[in-house]
Design a protein around this ligand. Structure first.
Ligand code: HEM
Length: 366
């Protein structure tokens, strides 16, 4: 994995340097810092959904979400907004992502080979962006700028260039496919559970009613979406975007009566927990109201747990809430392919169809 995403990536660095890199990356992903991201994302989303509804076009919600998230993240991280450049970078990021769990064969045409070549191009592009910023040719109010502002800080308080570049790539890859898959699953689950869809729409309409026409969503609005948050949680419980996550035991320990020795590799099976009938009554049923009650500790872990918990957890939740608000508060939709088969070879569960839909605007808010 380190060959593709980089050995300084949060996903690959050893325990000792992980803490420092994570601390230095965290600030832009805290709730207050995400406020600007939410507004930009909401603005983009509103315009794109409106265009799609007006055209009557049928579109894959998965492809739509992948593009939306990618564009919004590149804007937040490195201020790229030009579509042709975004598409080139996206193609390379997808090649790197595909190579992450592939067999390391350096043969032209192989997934691994394509990923390594794509990584080289991306690193070159990031290096160019860093040089432009340092020369003063360009400044932006974004994640990259906030990292470079630390140039004069002591070594322990800043990231070096390879740490910045590997983690830029990591953030894009870790954030895009996961959030987009969750968006797609939310559309499918809400379509199959009209009562939940109705309750969610009522909540979103009551929030929209108190806002000026055309005003973007704020963190305050998102905080009011208590049912929306339950829909997000239930979607994440059932879709299990990341099926399992690996850990290495740092010390001998006993968990639930099982002896685990220092150095053992242990896989945490989130799917198994999220569908355990002892933890979730009727686990196959999509029921957001199950989150009316507090969950037992460690029974709900879509973002993992502990020092390696998902860094983009807040960003993902806010993005999903904004998406649900705009979708259910302004539209109804029809799914055109109900085939439940999953994509082969994807390391994240996704519908092979991508969930194609058309939108219809709500008439007089209903
Ligand atoms: C619905 C969306 C998402 C899901 C379900 C998800 C899930 C996860 C999970 C399960 C982990 C592993 C946690 C562990 O090992 O305990 C993880 C790690 C990570 N995620 Fe996410 N994630 C999502 C979105 C995002 C976003 C939007 C970003 C960033 C922009 C992001 C960045 C990361 C990073 C950097 C790590 C590695 C953290 C570390 O090792 O310190 N994720 N994510």
């Amino acid at each position: 994995m380190a060959d593709a995403v980089g050995e300084k990536s949060l996903l690959c660095v050893p325990h000792e340097s992980h803490k420092r890199i994570r601390r230095l990356l965290s600030d832009p992903f805290s709730m207050p810092s995400l406020s600007k991201f939410v507004q930009k994302f909401d603005h983009m989303l509103t315009q794109k959904l409106k265009k799609l509804e007006e055209s009557g076009e049928r579109f894959s919600i998965l492809q739509f979400s992948m593009k939306m998230i990618f564009d919004a993240m590149c804007n937040m991280l490195v201020s790229i907004t030009e579509d042709s450049l975004l598409r080139v970078i996206e193609k390379d990021c997808t090649a790197v992502s595909d190579a992450m769990l592939s067999f390391p064969l350096m043969i032209p045409g192989a997934r691994y080979y394509n990923g390594i070549k794509a990584r080289q191009r991306l690193m070159e592009a990031f290096r160019g962006m860093i040089a432009d910023r340092r020369s003063g040719m360009k400044t932006h109010d974004d994640f990259l700028q906030s990292m470079l502002q630390r140039d004069s800080y002591p070594t322990i308080e800043k990231l070096d260039d390879s740490e910045i570049m590997d983690n830029l790539l990591t953030l894009i890859i870790a954030g895009q496919t996961t959030t987009a898959a969750a968006m797609m699953w939310s559309v499918k689950y809400l379509d199959e559970n009209r009562e939940a869809q109705h309750t969610l729409r009522e909540e979103q309409l009551s929030i929209a009613k108190n806002k000026l026409d055309g005003a973007s969503l704020t963190l305050e609005d998102l905080n009011k979406m208590s049912y929306g948050l339950k829909v997000v949680k239930e979607t994440l419980r059932m879709s299990n975007v990341l099926l399992w996550f690996p850990r290495v035991a740092l010390n001998d320990c006993i968990i639930d009566g099982f002896q685990i020795q220092k150095g053992w590799h242990v896989n945490i099976d989130a799917t198994c927990m999220h569908f355990d009938p002892a933890l979730y009554k009727d686990p196959m049923q999509f029921d957001p109201s199950r989150f009316d009650e507090m969950q037992k500790p460690y029974s709900f872990i879509p973002f993992g747990s502990g020092p390696r918990t998902c860094l983009g957890m807040n960003m993902a939740k806010l993005t999903l809430l904004a998406f649900l608000h705009r979708l259910t508060g302004s539209y109804k939709w029809t799914i055109h392919d109900h085939d439940p088969s999953l994509e082969k070879k994807a390391h994240i569960p996704r519908l092979r169809s991508g969930c194609p839909i058309t939108l219809k605007a709500l008439s007089d808010g209903k």
